[in-house]
Design a protein around this ligand. Sequence first.
Ligand code: URP
Ligand code: ZN
Ligand code: ZN
Length: 468
Amino acid sequence: MGRTLITGGLVVTAADELEADVLVEDGTVAALALRGGDTARSWAESGAEVIDAAGHYVIPGGVDAHTHMELPFGGTFASDTFETGTRAAAWGGTTTIIDFAVQSPGRPVRAGVDAWMAKAEGNCAIDYGFHAILSDVNESSLKEMDALVDEGITSFKMFMAYPGVFYSDDGQILRAMQRGAANGALTMMHAENGIAIDVLVEQALAAGRTDPRYHGEVRKALLESEATHRAIQLARVAGAPLYVVHVSAGEAVQELARARDMGLNVFGETCPQYLFLSADDLARPGFEGAKYVCSTPLRPEEHQELLWRALRTNDLSVVSTDHCPFCFTGQKELGRGDFSKIPNGLPGVENRMDLLHQAVVDGHIDRRRWIELACATPARMFGLYPRKGTIAPGADADIVVYDPNAEHVISAQTHHMNVDYSAYEGRRVTGRARTVLSRGRVVVDGGEYLGAAGHGRYLSRGTCQYLI
Ligand code: URP
Ligand code: ZN
Ligand code: ZN
């Protein structure tokens, strides 16, 4: 593959900001050299292909640890395939995704993993790994977990929500956590009390409250914090680590903060939609609110400040997208007249790096924290560091030359995700990926896509690197 020199930029990682040049050889980072010395000059003279990064940041490619390409949900499928979704991710400066392979009830976990491997194989523009969703915790699926951990699927999501679909009861959750405590797996939890929520859904519909905004009203913050609390206690009983996905309620953050203050291996993730959107979007007139239906739901705006604070204090330590797009036409519309039939999920894999950079511009976080939340911590959390998530000798050359001054307006007219609307339509942001390298190959450059389906490789992951 040869040599590439990325020169003139400010290298930003979770740990450092360096005026340095980066030498890439055969798909990995060979070396960094502080600017001004002889080393970088000699690299330039050695015939390396040169990428000029003057006036730009040179950052690790984004690691999005929560996506759902082609997820079956509510009688339809998430509209991005592995091909379209990973291409859109690359456009947005994300070079690794970890998607969820779904176990169908009554079927082996392995069957879900095989199915998702087959969907991804040969189609991805960037590297990808898998978590497994446990929808049927029983003796044989518990046994399967051990082999999957050995094969690099080291995290398992369970749902306290969606009775009759993905739901696990407390006994099943405890058993899976006990298994995780023994085999090193990380339990990921969708923490909402689905049994109570279903009662409120039924009551709302019976009272004629059918609009999308009632999706947010029945999925109460207290039912998120109650489930978060319960998940933490179950993890304590099992002696297992816990990662709570898509946290949206301030009350749930308090539960995480309390657990972390006790020194427990409890981690929290939030998503851009909870930081930049709110229940007001769910309440948009007509059926527009359906575009904003996801679970956990968007919360009233006052929760946003609590989430930003938790991202600064590390009570929340990862920002993933939970990218799960459904087109408005023909998919979200399935829930006209009954909000409970609107497929849950929002698009965003292409927008995360820019929205979080906007948070730097707006003063919520600093540049290194941006990289920590979007690249380094997700890589460490899911056993991919330092291969992914940083720029250091030996790391995969997943590198983004990022223009911090490029202003643009997010829109479905210009995005690359396979979905007919943008949750951030019309939002002006400052900052954009100019050049994106995946294992040393330029896949996006100056508004041109140069990647290919099949370039992305499967990542066999290690276990969570925060556990001692
Ligand atoms: O609304 C959401 N989050 N859809 C995707 C499935 C999940 O719960 O993560
Ligand atoms: Zn979930
Ligand atoms: Zn999800």
